[in-house]
Design a protein around this ligand. Sequence first.
Ligand SMILES: C[C@H](O)[C@H](O)[C@H]1CNC2=NC(N)=NC(=O)C2=N1
Length: 105
Amino acid sequence: MTERLSEETRKTVLQPLFDTGWGMVDGRDAICKSFKFPDFTDAFGWMSRVALWAEKWDHHPEWQNTYNRVTVTLTTHSVDGLSTLDAKLARKMDGLFAHDEGRGQ
Ligand SMILES: C[C@H](O)[C@H](O)[C@H]1CNC2=NC(N)=NC(=O)C2=N1
């Protein structure tokens, strides 16, 4: 079962994500990041790839797309806060972003 991240686990699990540009959402136990792509096709292609993993893991992002930008919020509704699934999906998003665009982070 998915559990809410404990205080100890948070530091080790979340810090590497903060280092790649994720941040805490004000007033919510959630993380967010804004991804910028060269154009809409690249943004939507990345979203499509992320969507397949989200479906596979039954863990879905809150996200918003405007042209070449995708703003993502991750949290786990069933535990009313962050779980390891959010970190796992965030890492996958970062990995696909770096891979798709051929740029490291
Ligand atoms: C019924 C289904 O398993 C749940 O609604 C899943 C689907 N995707 C989900 N996504 C997220 N981000 N949090 C959840 O708690 C969640 N629960």
